[in-house]
Write a protein that binds this ligand. Structure first.
Ligand SMILES: Cc1cc2nc3c(=O)[nH]c(=O)nc-3n(C[C@H](O)[C@H](O)[C@H](O)COP(=O)(O)OP(=O)(O)OC[C@H]3O[C@@H](n4cnc5c(N)ncnc54)[C@H](O)[C@@H]3O)c2cc1C
Length: 308
C-alpha cells in the first residue's frame, strides 16, 4: 500500500492549484492524472480568460505549465485512475485501476465533469470549429455573428443573454415549448430583441464543411424540417460530473450528481473534500475550479494538522 498525506484525484486546474498549497505546506502529495490527463482545458486551443496571460494561451500549454509547477514543488503525478474511495479509521483508502491502494489522511476529489452533448450528426467534427458547450469560454470568438444556443434551463437562458452582448443574433432552440429556467430570466430573454425563440425544435444535424454554417431542426409535433444559418452553436443541456468512483463511498451527491460540499469544500465524509467542476454545476470555469482547489487545500491542511 502506498502512503501519502494528501491524495488529489485529478490533474485539471482544481487539482493542480490544490497541490501547490499542500506541497508548500510540507505535505506529501500524490495526484492522479486519470483518463483525461490535464482535464478539460487540454481540449481547447485558446484560453483567453485565465488571469496572468496577456495573449490567449493554448489549453494544453496552460495545463503543462501547471503540472510542471506542481512537480517543481514536490507533487508526484501518477497516470492512474481511482475506482473507489473509503474511510478506514482516520485514513482514506483509495483503490486504483489494477488494485493498487493509496492510503492518505485526506482525499481531494477534483475529477471535473464532461459536457452533455446532443449526439447528432456533425457534432464530433465541429467541436472547436463552431460548436461549443461553453458560451462563457468561447462566446467572445463569435463577435458580430449569428449563433444558436440549445437548451431550456437557466444556463441556456443566461448564455443566450450573455451572447447578445456581442453577437448579432441569438436563436434559442428548445425541444419543448416549456422551459426549466426561472421566470425572471425567461422574461428578460423574451424582451431582448436579439434573441429569437425557435420552439419546439429538435436539433437533427449540424451543417457545414470545415466549420459550422448552419443547423437543421425538426419540429417534433409537425415533423417539419427547417435549417437556420448560424456561425456558432452552443449546447447548454448540462454537464455530467465524474463521480462514479465515489458511488460506494457513502458521499452525498446533489440532485445533479455533483459532490455535495459545504463552504469549506468538505463532504459528509471526514477527510474527503471536493473542488472544481465535480462539485460545481454553475460556474464551470478554469479560474473558479483553480480557486476552489486552493480553498479546499487550505481546509485540508487545517484538517490534517488537527488529526495528525
Ligand atoms: C472545450 C472546452 C473549452 C473550455 N474553455 C474554457 C476557457 O476558455 N476558460 C475557462 O475558464 N474554462 C474553460 N473550460 C472549462 C474548464 O476547462 C473547466 O471549468 C475546468 O477544466 C474544470 O477544472 P477541474 O479541475 O474541476 O476539472 P477537469 O479539468 O475536468 O479535470 C478533471 C480531472 O480529473 C481526472 N479524473 C476524472 N476521474 C478520475 C478518476 N476516477 N481517477 C483519476 N482521475 C480522474 C481527469 O482525468 C482530469 O484530469 C472549457 C472546457 C471545455 C470542455
Amino acid at each position: 500500500m502506498t502512503e501519502t498525506d494528501v491524495l488529489i484525484i485529478g490533474s485539471g486546474p482544481a487539482a493542480c492549484s490544490a497541490a501547490l498549497y499542500t506541497t508548500r505546506a510540507g505535505f506529501k502529495t500524490i495526484m492522479l492524472g486519470g483518463k483525461n490527463f490535464g482535464g478539460q482545458l487540454v481540449q481547447t486551443s485558446e484560453v483567453e480568460n485565465y488571469a496572468g496571460f496577456i495573449d490567449p494561451v493554448n489549453g494544453f500549454e496552460l495545463m503543462d505549465k501547471m503540472h510542471k509547477q506542481c512537480k517543481r514543488l514536490g507533487a508526484e503525478i501518477l497516470q492512474k485512475t481511482a475506482t473507489s474511495v473509503k474511510k478506514e479509521g482516520n485514513k482514506m483508502l483509495t483503490e486504483l485501476e489494477g488494485g493498487e491502494v493509496i492510503s492518505s489522511y485526506a482525499v481531494l476529489a477534483a475529477t471535473g465533469a464532461t459536457a452533455r452533448w446532443l449526439g447528432v450528426e456533425g457534432e464530433n467534427k465541429f467541436k472547436n470549429h463552431g460548436l461549443s458547450a461553453c458560451a462563457t469560454c468561447d462566446g467572445f470568438f463569435y463577435k458580430g455573428k449569428t449563433v444558436a444556443i440549445i437548451g431550456g434551463g437557466n444556463t441556456a437562458f443566461e448564455d443566450a443573454l450573455f451572447l447578445t452582448n456581442f453577437c448579432q443574433k441569438v436563436y434559442l432552440i428548445h425541444r419543448r415549448a416549456g422551459f426549466r429556467a426561472d421566470e425572471i430570466t425567461i422574461k428578460k430573454a423574451q424582451s431582448n430583441p436579439k434573441i429569437e425563440f425557435v420552439i419546439p425544435a429538435v436539433t437533427t444535424k449540424l451543417l457545414g464543411d470545415d466549420k459550422v454554417t448552419g443547423i437543421e431542426l425538426q419540429n417534433p409535433e409537425t415533423k417539419e424540417i427547417k435549417t437556420l444559418e448560424v456561425q456558432g452553436v452552443f449546447v447548454a443541456i448540462g454537464s455530467i460530473p465524474q463521480t462514479k468512483f465515489l458511488q460506494d463511498s457513502g458521499v452525498k451527491l446533489t440532485e445533479t450528481g455533483h459532490v455535495a460540499v459545504d463552504s469549506k469544500h468538505r463532504t459528509n465524509i471526514e477527510g474527503l473534500f471536493a473542488a472544481g467542476d465535480c462539485q460545481d454545476a454553475v460556474y464551470r470555469q478554469a479560474i473558479v475550479a483553480a480557486g476552489s482547489g486552493a480553498k479546499a487545500a487550505i481546509e485540508i491542511i487545517n484538517y490534517i494538522n488537527q488529526i495528525k
